[in-house]
Design a binder for this molecule. Sequence first.
Ligand code: NIG
Ligand code: FE
Length: 434
Amino acid sequence: MLDADLILEHASELATPVGPAPRTGRAFGELNRISDAAVGIAGDKLVFVGPSQDLGSKIRLKSGGRRMDVSGMTLLPGFVDPHTHLPFAGYRASEFRMRLAGKTYEEIARSGGGILSTVEAVRAADLPELGRAAWARLDRMLEWGTTTCEAKSGYGLSLESELKQLEVIRELSDSHPVEIVPTFLGAHAVPKERRTQRGDYIREVVEEMIPRVAQEHLAEFCDVFCESVAFTVAEAEKILEAGKRHGLRPRLHADQISSGGGAELAARLGAASADHLEFISGAGIEAMARAGVTAILVPGAGFFLRSERRPPARRLVEAGVPVALATDLNPGTCPTEAMPPILVLACLNLGMSIEEAITAATLNAAHSLGRAEVIGSLEAGKQADIQVLDIPEASHLVYHFGVNHVARVIKKGVVVHERARPEAMWPKGSRGES
Ligand code: NIG
Ligand code: FE
């Protein structure tokens, strides 16, 4: 018998990937689905996951513990969002209007919009201002079922402002229930004032920013926007190698707008992930499969930019590349905190199955952040990060689209978000209940 502090029972369905991560090929689309399911939680860990009828013989509720009847609901692992630009200031709705009127992302960037306009806003914001805005975003993530996210700097583009963004991330991870994995993205763009000295800026990233970020333990990963409009493969390699020397694992924005060998570079470096990949080459797919680099697809950004080019999700899966999904939350190309619409786009536009989309947004995403041993699936021994959805089975998450089905979110064994339920007004067992 194991003791539990919290029991959830009689879920109409529990759906989770299981087993070693990443899930690839056929295993990518296989979920463990249990009907009339229960979970037992002790402290911050799951101690039981299985049919409700097996719970009683294995789990005892501690005195003072809580038992929840979640009949009619579906349990899923909390989403892991492995690519966000969380700490930003200001929105860019005017650019959205320009795009609706026919301008492209590149045209807008050249006319003073794009990444560099957010850089101005971030430089002008003080730390509390950035912190408050990011806090509100984390609240929205939690309300949509996300319990862990990655968060990038990259809108500072100077030592001081990059550190400010990373410090905001650190303060948020100490205080907000959403767990945050920090990434240094000093090479997101060449800042305006260094446009004629790009070599100098890269030297500053390599010789000053990376050592300082590492020394202050402000990031786990180093990312580069490897693209014709940003940094070349050779520049990205130099920066990511420097990151590696300082203990920062590489990840990349690769092959988003053009095919430039970003995926091949990710494979060469043994990067944790290559993200976007709309223009990945056949050789890039093969190289990523061989090196086991996770492909993080961000269909929200393609959708929002009205891009006709989609990442070849099916070819990636068939080649055995681990695939994950992310929002790419940022003010320019995907201003949303919500993972469910990303799963909808992955199914309808990228040809993924519902089961694959769920695995991509949980266990494979956790793998890309080096945390698959702890989070990303509902299995005994793992951290109790659970979303309780007001749907009869997992497929409704994608099928019944455009609405928020989250009733409760549990992070590290604690109920951190709870939507008001009708039972509060009309308790079960009251007159009139059928
Ligand atoms: O992931 N591709 C580069 N970075 C972001 C866009 C950032 C921005 O437009 O502010 C992205 O899409
Ligand atoms: Fe991004």
